[in-house]
Every structure is written in C-alpha cells, then in structure tokens.
Design a protein around this ligand. Structure first.
Ligand SMILES: O=C(O)CCC(=O)C(=O)O
Length: 361
C-alpha cells in the first residue's frame, strides 16, 4: 500500500456530522480505562496566569534553515518561501512546547474563515457539549459549542491545512531533522465556540490523552483565533515546558459530555495566558497542558484547531467518530514539498481559491 493510502480512511459516504471530537469518546475503551467519572463542578478558580511577552510577530525569514537529508530542491524552496517561523521561534517551540504567531492569517483570509464559521454556527452545525456537573445532562446555559471534524463541513476548511504557509511552517516546526521518508499529516480539525456571557471553558488537558500517538512532542495543534482572544473571553492558557513531564493522568470532566481533564496534575501558578488577536495562531504540542476559561464578554469567542503529526507517528485514530463521519488524514507535506490533497479528496486543494469563493458568495 502506498504511504498515502495507508494513512487515509474515507467513509464511503461524505457526511456533515456535527459530533464533537470526543462526543465520540463516550464509551471508548481507551477512555474508560483511564477515566473515573467526576461529579465535581467545573473549577471557577482563576489561575494566576501571566500574560506572556513572547508572542512572535510574523517573521519572513531572511536566512536559510539547514539542509535536510532527502529533501528535494522544490521542498526546500517551498519551505524557504512560505514558512513563517525563524530558527529562534522553532527553538522556542521545541523547548517550551508552544508558539504564538500574530497575524498569521491576513485580513482577507480571516474574513473568509470567520464568514464560513458564522455560517456553520447560524446553520446549527455546532453542538453544545456542556453538562451540569454529571458529565451527562446537557445544560441550556452555560454552553460550550463544538464541531468535529471541521474539514468536511466546507471547502475552505478542507483546504486550509494545505495553505502553503501552514504546510511549510509545520515542516519547520515538526520535522527539524527530517529524513527522506518523513511527511506530515493533518489528523483532526475542530471548532470551539464560546457564546457571549455564557460560554464556558475547556478544562486542562493534553491532546495526546485523546490521540495516544507516540513521539507526540513532534505533533502539534494549530489553533486559530477567529475572534480576538483575551483573558476576559477565554484565551488559551498553557503550562510552558510541561510537555517534558510526559503524559499526565486524566479523568472525566463533569462539565462536558465527553472531555477528560488533567487539572489535578497541573500547577496553575505557572500557567501563561496566550492573548492573541484574531488572525493569530497558537501552536502547542500534543503533550502541552492547556485550557480555556469562560467568556464573560458580550461577544462570542471562537477558535478553530487543526492537529498535525509526522507520518511516522501516525496510528489509526483512537478517538471514535460517528459511523458516517468523513474521516481523512491527508498528507500536507513530504520530502517533495506541499501536499495537494488530490489523492485524498479527488481534486487539488487550493485555499486561496476557496477564500475567494467564500468572499464572493
Ligand atoms: O478554544 C477552546 O476553547 C479550547 C481549545 C482546546 O482545548 C483545544 O484546542 O484542545
């Protein structure tokens, strides 16, 4: 089997499921092994999170990164041209486990992303996963709206991971010592939407508690701020360098119908709050503990997260999705350069084209 077909599973029917990632985790054997149902209410204690001063503005590199074995000239030149990270930023990400890039998406791209997401929201595609402390009984208020997987919901969200700056930046962050065989896959995509006033947070967790892949410090989420993310409306918080501790114990979070949390193992006094303007992105590796708090403002706060991993770390998904959900883990980068998505989706993925399309609809 070819590399790509080995990493792609596609439902025979393309669907638009609105199940959130872990809605699907209910009843998962992996979950029930580690989970004890928590009846405690969501912690309302605000941590002593500090605002970080390490946000990195978009930096077009004025230098060449080191050569990589097996990389073609085309791949190297695409990396050089499209990556948005400097060597210092790569080093920061590899050590601290996260990185903020301001203004990653330009105003046109951001407008298209927001417009497409608002369309899904007003069409009722996002599901409330908040529960009344028992992990089961859904609440009307508060709300925690999610949609997973996001990619099948719109052409724009399918092509986003193939955007040259996404693929090239990830190649720099995740494949610093790439060998010939190395490649990157997009593993999952999802939306987190906190409505005004009543949006609750997502408790502390490591993404790999869901994914359970190996070498997960070389796998990352890319979280886009669709609206400005502030302490008041629930910006992401992370524990710097905590990925070095490895996987933490997780148990069920009673305020969600599926989430698990490692909040008992996290030292919140060293958390940093990653406030970022709309259009900025935050990368954090699969072992970086992170959370968000509630939205106390009169405007919604949304983020979209894509998860990436080296093909060498791929394992068949451990997180259940509905039977009819389209699940594809497309190749977005390999030693020949940026992926195009044709094998996975039957046509070339072109984010710029889809941005234009959304804005002219
Ligand atoms: O944006 C949020 O509210 C939660 C984000 C999150 O927990 C995640 O991306 O794993």
């Amino acid at each position: 089997m070819s590399l790509i077909s080995a990493f792609v599973w596609r439902s025979p029917i393309r669907t638009t499921s609105k199940w959130p990632l872990s809605a699907c985790l209910r009843g998962s054997s992996a979950f029930s092994r580690t989970g004890t149902l928590s009846l405690s209410s969501h912690s309302t204690t605000r941590c002593a999170a500090r605002s970080v001063t390490t946000n990195c503005t978009v930096a077009h590199r004025s230098f060449s990164t080191h050569e990589r074995p097996g990389e073609t000239e085309k791949a190297r030149s695409e990396r050089e041209k499209h990556s948005r990270v400097t060597q210092d930023q790569i080093s920061f990400f590899l050590d601290r486990g996260y990185l903020v890039l301001d203004e990653f998406w330009d105003a046109t791209e951001l407008t298209a992303i927001r417009k497409q997401l608002e369309h899904l929201q007003s069409a009722g595609r996002l599901a409330n996963v908040a529960t009344a402390g028992d992990g089961k009984t859904h609440t009307e208020v508060p709300k925690n709206l999610q949609l997973c997987p996001l990619s099948p919901e719109a052409d724009l969200f399918r092509s986003l991971p193939f955007s040259p700056k996404v693929a090239a930046t990830l190649a720099d962050l995740l494949l610093p010592d790439a060998e010939n065989s190395n490649a990157l896959l997009c593993y999952l995509s999802q939306v987190f939407w906190k409505p005004a006033h009543h949006g609750i947070g997502t408790s502390w967790h490591q993404d790999n508690a869901y994914f359970k892949v190996k070498d997960c410090q070389h796998a990352t989420a890319m979280w886009t701020a669709v609206h400005d993310a502030t302490k008041e409306n629930g910006a992401l918080e992370v524990i710097p360098a905590a990925w070095k501790q490895g996987g933490l114990p997780h148990h069920r979070d009673g305020n969600s119908d599926h989430h698990i949390t490692c909040r008992d193992s996290v030292d919140e006094t060293i958390a940093v709050s990653l406030e970022v303007q709309a259009g900025g992105v935050i990368f954090f590796n699969y072992l970086t503990p992170h959370c968000t708090r509630g939205n106390a403002t009169d405007q919604p706060r949304a983020g979209i997260a894509y998860h990436f991993l080296p093909a060498a770390s791929y394992r068949e998904r451990q997180f259940p999705l509905p039977d009819d959900a389209e699940y594809v883990a497309p190749l977005i980068w390999d030693s020949a350069g940026i992926g195009r998505g044709k094998k996975e989706y039957g046509c070339i993925q072109d984010f710029d084209r889809d941005v234009h399309h959304v804005l002219t609809q």
